[in-house]
Design a protein around this ligand. Structure first.
Ligand SMILES: [Zn+2]
Length: 309
């Protein structure tokens, strides 16, 4: 009798688990359901070998939320600003396999009123997680341009960014302007080092990058050319919260700055999630509210995101 009851309970539990598994109930991915066709495209491109290199939880949770670039980058013509795009190869692997590193000409997303919240310089021990909590609560995806040495210091936060369907971008390994802008070779070395740090953690390489201090302020033609040859897609910003202003700005300043500037169809908004940016965390819910009020939806930066200028 008792054994039969246990057996019945076990089978109810089994079928409940099965239902939860297939309905995606309770997982972050479920709030981000994509058409079945796209889900297949993504998972079909996941080589089994790569699934072993990344943390299994990271793979399962994020698998439905990102797009994997084709070997020849031929699938980068999508019009879906809600999903990040990653490469399954490092640049070193692409070179070794004779695969292209240069991206083909890419059509930017068609005109949508899209706001791209971008957070540079993280992750850190506190603010990046607080930002992720707010984004989760608001159902908003964002882009995190991370610094390689911080990726090493806070790997769990990087996994969380990836798992929760946000985009990870490369923001150099150590963010040292003197070194980065002393030579193109230094710059590329740093970018590749950051790539590999991220890749070792999540089994994917970001295609998007942001030059520390911005491309507009630091790049010469030689830098532009080197970045292109290596398939990095660089995005500066066209809306600045000015949250790294040295004069101690507060949350309301960032809200006002963004409200004043955000009028374009494609607004790439600069903020920071690193240590010391508590005011950015404080401002974020109101920033999201203001942008929504203006008719923006939120996207993540990909190679198809229109350039800000
Ligand atoms: Zn930076």
């Amino acid at each position: 009798m008792t054994i039969r009851r246990i057996g019945r309970k076990a089978s109810v539990l089994f079928f409940t688990c099965l239902w939860l598994l297939f309905s995606g109930c309770g997982s972050q991915a479920s709030s981000n359901v994509v058409p079945a066709q796209k889900q297949e495209t993504v998972s079909a491109q996941e080589p089994a070998q790569k699934q072993e290199t990344a943390a299994p939880d990271a793979k399962s949770a994020a698998a439905l939320t990102y797009i994997t670039a084709a070997d020849d980058f031929s699938n980068l013509n999508l019009d879906d600003p809600s999903r990040p795009v990653y490469d399954r190869y490092t640049l070193g692997e692409r070179r070794a396999k004779g695969l292209p590193t240069v991206l083909p000409p890419i059509d930017p997303y068609e005109k949508h009123k899209t706001a791209y919240l971008t957070f540079d310089d993280g992750p850190d021990e506190k603010n990046t997680d607080a930002i992720l909590n707010i984004l989760k609560q608001e159902g908003v995806k964002a882009t995190f341009y991370v610094v390689g040495r911080n990726v090493n210091a806070y790997p769990e936060t990087v996994r969380r960014i990836f798992n929760e369907g946000h985009a990870l971008g490369n923001h150099s390994y150590d963010h040292d302007y003197d070194r980065l802008y002393a030579s193109v070779d230094n710059y590329l070395e740093e970018m590749e080092e950051a790539d590999e740090t991220i890749y070792n953690l999540i089994g994917m390489r970001p295609l998007i990058t942001r030059a520390p201090g911005g491309r507009m302020s630091h790049f010469t033609e030689a830098y532009d050319a080197a970045v292109t040859v290596n398939g990095y897609v660089e995005h500066d910003w066209n809306v600045s919260s000015a949250d790294s202003d040295p004069n101690g700005p507060v949350a309301q300043d960032f809200i006002d700055n963004i409200a004043r500037q955000a009028a374009m169809d494609s607004a790439i908004i600069l903020m920071h999630s690193s240590s010391g940016h508590e005011e950015t965390v404080k401002a974020l819910p109101e920033i999201i509210r203001v942008l929504r009020e203006r008719g923006y939806t939120f996207g993540v930066v990909t190679p198809m995101t229109p350039q800000p200028w």
